[in-house]
Design a protein. Structure first.
Length: 213
């Protein structure tokens, strides 16, 4: 059982993916962390995340242990991730890693949940369930600003909103695997939903498709 969850930043897709994986005892992969790890590696090396040579070298050399770096949750890593993700060589280097994870079902579990921006369209186009999770950009900016505030970081709402709009545009316009819902994806708008309501809707969709044998 493979569940593909896509959507823009701060839509709630990561929280939903983790909740679904825990509920169904599926393995979970936040594919965005792969790109954040590549972007962070480029920054650490003093390179430019938008430079293909710098980004591809970091992607080819990436160690899965790098996914445990706390810095990957930073805004800087997120912005770098969006830049390296637009580079074809980076996506090619990370594609096999994601597909192997989905197919092997780590830890002998019954399935896998992967969240990102091109899981249902490129990484796992034959996933049993595809969800595209979204929300109004203003609501997503409020959520992201609240996350920063909870970590004690002082941020301006307007700046967070601008950053999200720029990232959305870059992700949707890239030539390689642009952010868009798969044709057969279930659309889940979380603008007016709390996490419990969103989880219940997503759980029901997976329940309807899953028949463990």
């Amino acid at each position: 059982m493979i569940v593909a969850i896509d959507g823009p930043a701060a839509s709630g897709k990561g929280t939903l993916a983790r909740r679904l994986a825990a509920h169904f005892n599926f393995a979970y992969l936040d594919t965005g962390l792969l790109y954040r790890a590549v972007g962070q590696a480029v920054l650490d090396a003093g390179g430019d995340p938008s430079n293909a040579d710098d980004a591809e070298a970091a992607a080819r050399a990436m160690n899965p242990e790098a996914l445990d770096d706390d810095r990957l949750r930073s805004d800087a890593a997120g912005n770098a991730a969006s830049q390296v993700a637009a580079i074809e060589g980076v996506r090619d280097a990370l594609l096999d890693f994601q597909r192997v994870f989905a197919r092997l079902h780590p830890h002998e579990r019954d399935g896998a949940v992967l969240d990102g921006r091109d899981i249902g369209t490129v990484v796992c186009p034959d996933a049993h369930v595809k969800l595209f999770v979204t929300a109004d950009v203003e609501e997503r900016a409020r959520r992201r600003a609240a996350e920063f505030a909870a970590r004690g970081a002082a941020v301006e709402f307007d700046q967070v909103l601008t950053d999200l709009k720029v990232r959305d545009a870059r992700d949707a316009a890239r030539a390689q695997a642009p952010l868009k819902p798969a044709a057969d994806a279930h659309l889940l708008d979380t603008t007016d939903l709390d996490i419990e309501a969103a989880f219940e809707q997503a759980r029901d969709i997976v329940d309807a498709a899953w028949s463990p044998d």
